[in-house]
Ligand binder design. Sequence first.
Ligand SMILES: [Zn+2]
Length: 209
Amino acid sequence: MSETINCPSCAAELDKKINSTKHLICEYCFSSIFLEDGGVTNLGKMAELIDEPSILKLGLDFEYRDWNFVPIGRVRYDYGRGWWDEWFVMDTTGETKWVSVDEGHIAIEEKDTNPENASLYFDSISVGESTNLIIDDESLSFTVTEKKHCKCIAAEGELPFQIIPDEEFDYVDLLSKNGKSATVEMFNDGTKDIFLGTWVDPFDIKACY
Ligand SMILES: [Zn+2]
């Protein structure tokens, strides 16, 4: 169900595809627009994304095996030696997922809500160590492949939470033996978000436009 929001800065009509969207970035003037309780707040300008060639593009149709999706938002994170993009995508049923693209490495993940996973402590875990996570009702062993600090540097499109430019946090990437992926983002206030999914072969993602 699509809705139109007028940019509070340039008055452009912006298409909002998801009811629960919290943040819109105007594609014309890059105003960062926070949406809450029916109100529209202009948070100033968002840094423009330097458009490097990318496997995904905002607003176009893509397919991974039988799953069809459209990228509707993107957040870029800098980890010091480079950056990666988290694409917020919507499928034909209106469900959303995240497609993480770090050069040729692609994972499709969903935000996890399992309280058992949420009760785990990741602050002291190191690269090479293992922990069990529940994914698709199965307890699987995951090994930490990366533990780093990153910074949000830019965003575009439509996103389910407020993007705070320059916000920094620690994250842990984990991998299971059968290619399941997990990402844990750990924020300064002690909260964390867990995303679970799977690594995919970039050649299995096809443009349908
Ligand atoms: Zn605008």
